[in-house]
Design a protein around this ligand. Structure first.
Ligand code: COA
Length: 150
C-alpha cells in the first residue's frame, strides 16, 4: 500500500522553468529530451489547448515527477483523452506520487468532458503495468508500433 498523503507533495501545472528537470527525468526513463529543445517543447505543450502537463514537487526533493495527457481525435473513435507520458523519479516511487498525478489528470479529463482515459505502455516498463492495474485501468490490447523515416 502506498500512503495516501505524500508528505509535502504539491501537484501543479508545469511552467517553462520546469523544462530542464522534466527533460532530466525523461532521460532517466530512456527518452532523452535535448536540453536545448526542452524549453520550447514544454512551452509548445503548455500553449496547446487539449493538453495538460502537471508536475509533482516535494520541498525536500524538488520536482519528482511529471505527467502529460492530451485529447486525441480519431475518425472511428471520436474524442479521447490519453496519457502520453508519466514518470516519477526513481527514489520517489511507490509512495503514491504516480497515483496522485494520474488522479489529477483524471479530474482534468472529466472536467473537459471525457468519460475515459487511456494509456499505452511499453511492455518493457514492468513497473507501469501493476501500477495502472492497481489504479483501476484494464488492459485492452497489445500492439506493435511501426516507424519509417520519411
Ligand atoms: C509507473 C510509475 C509512474 C509509478 O509511480 P509510483 O509513484 O511509484 O506509483 P504509486 O506509488 O502511486 O503506486 C500506485 C499503486 O501501484 C503500485 N505499484 C507501483 N509501482 C509498482 C511496482 N513496481 N510493482 C508493483 N506495484 C506497483 C503501488 O504499490 C500502488 O498500489 P496500491 O497502493 O494500490 O497498493 C513509476 O514507477 C515510474 O515512473 N516508472 C518509470 C516510467 C514509467 O513506466 N512510466 C509509465 C509509462 S506510460
Amino acid at each position: 500500500m502506498t500512503s495516501s498523503a505524500v508528505e509535502g507533495l504539491i501537484i501543479r501545472s508545469a511552467v517553462a522553468a520546469d523544462a530542464a528537470r522534466i527533460a532530466e527525468l525523461s532521460g532517466l526513463l530512456g527518452y532523452p529530451i535535448p536540453q536545448e529543445a526542452a524549453v520550447s517543447r514544454v512551452e509548445h505543450v503548455l500553449a496547446r489547448s487539449g493538453h495538460v502537463l502537471l508536475v509533482a514537487e516535494r520541498p525536500s526533493a524538488g520536482l519528482v515527477g511529471w505527467i502529460h495527457a492530451a485529447e486525441q481525435e480519431r475518425l472511428e473513435a471520436g474524442r479521447r483523452c490519453e496519457i502520453l507520458g508519466l514518470i516519477v523519479a526513481a527514489g520517489q516511487r511507490e509512495q503514491g506520487i504516480g497515483r496522485r498525478l494520474v488522479a489529477r489528470v483524471e479530474c482534468w479529463a472529466s472536467e473537459h468532458g471525457f468519460e475515459e482515459l487511456s494509456v499505452r505502455s511499453n511492455i518493457i516498463r514492468t513497473e507501469s503495468h501493476p501500477f495502472y492495474q492497481r489504479s483501476g485501468y484494464t488492459r485492452a490490447k497489445t500492439q506493435h508500433v511501426y516507424r519509417k523515416k520519411i
